[in-house]
Design a protein around this ligand. Sequence first.
Ligand SMILES: [Zn+2]
Length: 427
Amino acid sequence: MISLSAYIPEMLETRRQFHHHPEIAWTEFLTTQTIVKRVRELGFKTVVGKALFDVEHTFGRDEEKIQAAMQESLKLGMDPVLLKELEGFTGCLAIWETGRPGPVTALRFDIDCVNVEEDHTDANEAHRGGFDSECCGLMHACGHDAHAAMGLAVAHWVKDNAAELCGTIKIIFQPAEEGTKGAGGIAYSNNLDDVDYILGGHIGVSAHLHEVGIIRAGFMNTTKMNVTFKGSPAHAGSNAEKGRNALMAACNAAMQMMGIARHGSGNSNVNIGTIHAGEGRNVVPVNARMEFEVRGETQEINRYMQETAERMIRGAAESYGVEYKIDIVGMAVDIHSDADLSDMVAEVAKSVPTVQKVFDIDKCSGSEDFSLLAQKVQSHGGKSAFFFYGCNHHGHHRADFEIQDAESLPEGLEICVKMVERLNGKK
Ligand SMILES: [Zn+2]
């Protein structure tokens, strides 16, 4: 077997390349190109474009932005033939069939960035390394650059070690994790129907460098929604009574929603992230647009939060005489990992020489749309596990997010490939 250290330089280089050119949800065309070209070169079958998704269950796609990103990618070296093949959909499923009977194991790596302007000073690791973001207002501030690069390293390892493996390995490069937009379409497609085991991981979060956290249960159920209110204009001074004020409906709904009575059986959360409203100082505002999210510890609590918010929006619209429309643009559920598969990840993590601490996590705030993939695999009797491999960071989604890639990534990679060895090692 080739030593794992042989895969590390390429993984770090790829991670830094992704970090230098981050792409936001559903616009990861150049990232997808790097992934697709590499896995095809290695000999993987690929599923790309609409075939990767149940398009009805993809969330939060802004077709105008996507079209603009496709045009931009061509200027930056996107292969037009591949771009056509992608049909406007980023991401890739890479499949390795060993030809020997055995389980189907899927590993999921997300690939998108965050709307954060990176810290371009020497205080920031990526700036010191000369690979900080060249894209204004965009940054890999959650480490999905590392995830994508690790997925490619796993692919390389699988190819080199294929003679020792059985069954099928599916490597999912998932777009649009931020805002929990991308997993739904993959979960509802038939691409996971045959999956026996699914593994997901995330760098950082509550695990420090040389620590591994095993997520037994946790993450919040969440629904992300956009609301548009539509009123009618009037002169604000001379006949405001003839107008219908969309801004007031949105603000009123927001005030009510932040005060939703808390559910007695567990944690809940609501956030109104943006409101954009109005046309001009002396016109009764016609248009308002609000982005918000609710979360709940259980699906029941999340449903309660969502339904109450919807009722308040309906009520506010009614009281101001405006029309409204609600779009669901993202969702995730909570995670319930399988004990035996999680135990195996813990055991494997303990066998990594540089890992100093392995701990269980039963409760985890935030949301992660891997949960939808896990739910799908578990719905037909398959098993799921999720883990954090640590780094020292100042907080995710921050301008100074850093991951010490040379130390943290090799540990994540070792856990992934050892899990593949355990699950798909030739008997
Ligand atoms: Zn993340």
